[in-house]
Design a protein around this ligand. Sequence first.
Ligand SMILES: [Zn+2]
Ligand SMILES: [Zn+2]
Length: 222
Amino acid sequence: MVYDFHTHTSLSDGDLSPMELIRRAVVNDYQAIALTDHVSLGELSRVIQEVTEVCTLARSYWNILAIPGVELTHLPPQAIAEAARRAKELGAWLVVVHGETIFEPVEKGTNLAALQSPNVDLLAHPGLLSLEEAQLAANNGVFLEICARQGHCLTNGHVASLALQAGAKLLLSSDAHSDQDLLTTPLTDAIVHGTGLDDVACHQVLNLHPQTFIKKLPISDE
Ligand SMILES: [Zn+2]
Ligand SMILES: [Zn+2]
């Protein structure tokens, strides 16, 4: 059973249409997939409208929780809280922020701004986040990502160890940009164990935290 809360489609820089990505996820035994294309302010309303319609269609016919979301990417940190608020107002169930990965020149202050925004749910690939930031994540209920994506994954061990220390919750996501990036059960198991967490903590990341995360979503099927 696979949960994945961070993926990309042709609405931004992913290869597959939203519908095809969900179809591939169904075939990969996914329980839930969030479609979280890159947005700033300009694309927000168009992307949320399109992804919402596709996710609703998928949920009506297939046994998968398809979640309409966005990933706020490379915004000035000062604009993150307002963009997250607007994303929720426009109907996004989930707001991810593209965190300070060591692999891209993400502006410093992005992690902090995300962790202080009440409408942000998941901080993706937070890079070399600090203990204070991990504590903020724990206090504000923002989940921290263990990222399967090449480059972004280089700091997974650091993120896992600080989250454990601070009591912040971790989620594994693929940050998939094509069908080949989608997760499988053996892969999720290996990546999470690869962070150095013990078996109990791995079980939490793979099973309990995704369920807690899903319970927070404004799931609104008739
Ligand atoms: Zn991308
Ligand atoms: Zn991403």
